[in-house]
Write a protein that binds this ligand. Structure first.
Ligand code: GAL
Length: 402
């Protein structure tokens, strides 16, 4: 995953900006290639603005509102880099917020146990017993999820105040977030300088670019933890959403959700989403892996031409038939954690005032595989001084007919 070539010039974004310039000032369809319906709207300028949202440990926190030329609106806070809201049209042009979250900063600070919308680090997902060995030194991290380490520990990147910079570039707006994680924070070795940039493109994409460097060998696995309900947050179960995953294998887990190390075929199991299935269709199947996850909570191994390949590939497609909303996720990462919101237990009140119950949202976390530091057969998550950690993931929204 690691190389020494800096991709700071963002060649792919450059190509994208070119495309946007071509369509600027015209009337374009809301939806992407292959999509239909939704009509079209008159273009409007992309904008970014911010409002004060509170303070955390004396540090100022703001809520940024990004809009694009189609009227899509995304709200992001520099607390945890959290995507607080994503408003996109349905097939009739009605905008709804399709991501789970809270209405206020205090709620995120007090009880964002599901990690709604946040940037996850330094190591997204689980590390067995919170322990790993790097260059002969064994590190003991917090065991904050049963016996295991989860999502960066007691106070991971999702609970840090990031430095934010508003970006405007050739008709596109973005938000750059920087956080420097000191050597020894959450017991990880090495000072890690992280830069994460969100772009809202005029193709109704949220483009996430992750970049990190270290001054000593360490491990890194960054992701975004947005939950989606394409019918609208707070509208109930996501079991009727159709999901397709570009993954013919997954990593089965033990009862504490640590991969066994096996790369198992999905064929013939409830984990086969190589063709579209609703999330609910097999979620109650009496399968040991479904039992361990209380539903889906598994890393899928994305089909790539070779294990070293880090090109942008289509990882997941989701379609919600009643609204026509669709989501396509592309990524440079080797894996994607599909989590069907199994631990939402009806105790948290979401953004629009509704309780979130089990399965009211799902997450698709692009990532390296869980427990990679203890699984030499998995793609490496080690970052060394002089190397650049670079990954990109895109959430693309559109609408289509059934
Ligand atoms: C997911 C993880 C789940 C659960 C959730 C947060 O990424 O796979 O097991 O911990 O985060 O509630």
């Amino acid at each position: 995953m690691l190389g020494t070539i800096s991709r700071r010039a963002h060649p792919r974004l450059g190509a994208l900006l070119g495309l946007v310039i071509l369509v600027a000032g015209t009337t374009v369809a809301l939806s992407g290639a292959g999509a239909t319906a939704a009509g079209s709207v008159t273009q409007q300028p992309s904008t970014i603005s911010k409002e004060p949202w509170g303070t955390v440990d004396g540090e100022q926190v703001d809520l940024y509102t990004l809009t694009n030329s189609n009227g899509m609106e995304v709200k992001i806070t520099n607390y945890g880099g959290i995507i607080q809201s994503i408003k996109v049209p349905d097939r009739d042009g009605n905008f709804d917020n399709v991501t789970l979250g809270f209405a206020t900063l205090d709620e995120y600070v007090d009880h964002n146990d599901p990690y709604f919308g946040a940037i996850i680090g330094r190591y997204g997902n689980r590390i067995a017993n919170g322990r790993f060995t790097l260059d002969g030194v064994t590190y003991q991290l917090a065991q904050n999820n049963g016996p295991n380490h989860l999502h960066g520990g007691v106070r991971g990147f999702d609970k840090r105040v990031w430095t934010a910079t508003e970006l405007e570039q050739q008709g596109i707006v973005g938000l750059r977030l920087n956080y420097t994680s000191p050597d020894g924070e959450e017991m990880y070795p090495g000072t890690l300088a992280v830069e994460m940039t969100y772009w809202l493109t005029n193709r109704n994409e949220i483009r996430m670019e992750y970049h990190a460097t270290t001054d000593a060998p360490t491990i890194v696995n960054l992701t975004n933890h947005a939950y989606f309900n394409l019918a609208g947050e707070g509208t109930g179960t996501i079991e009727g959403h159709f999901l397709r995953l570009n993954a013919s294998h997954y990593t089965p887990v033990d009862e504490t959700l640590i991969p066994t190390g096996e790369i198992a075929p999905v064929a013939g199991t409830p984990f086969d989403f190589t063709t579209p299935h609703t999330i609910g269709e097999r979620i109650r199947d009496n399968h040991e892996q479904i039992a361990f996850g209380r539903g889906y909570d598994h890393n899928f191994v994305l089909d790539r031409p070779s294990p070293e390949d880090t090109s942008m590939i289509n990882a997941a497609q989701v379609f919600e038939p009643t609204t026509g909303r669709a989501l396509v996720i592309t990524t440079t990462e080797p894996g994607i954690q599909f989590y069907s919101g199994n631990f939402l237990d009806g105790t948290l009140v979401g953004t629009s005032g509704k309780f979130y119950r089990q399965g009211d949202g799902f997450a698709l976390e692009t990532q390296h595989y869980p427990d990679s530091p203890n699984k030499p057969q998995f793609p490496s998550t080690v970052l060394r001084p002089g190397e650049e950690y670079e990954t990109t993931t895109i959430y693309r929204f559109s609408v289509r007919n059934p």
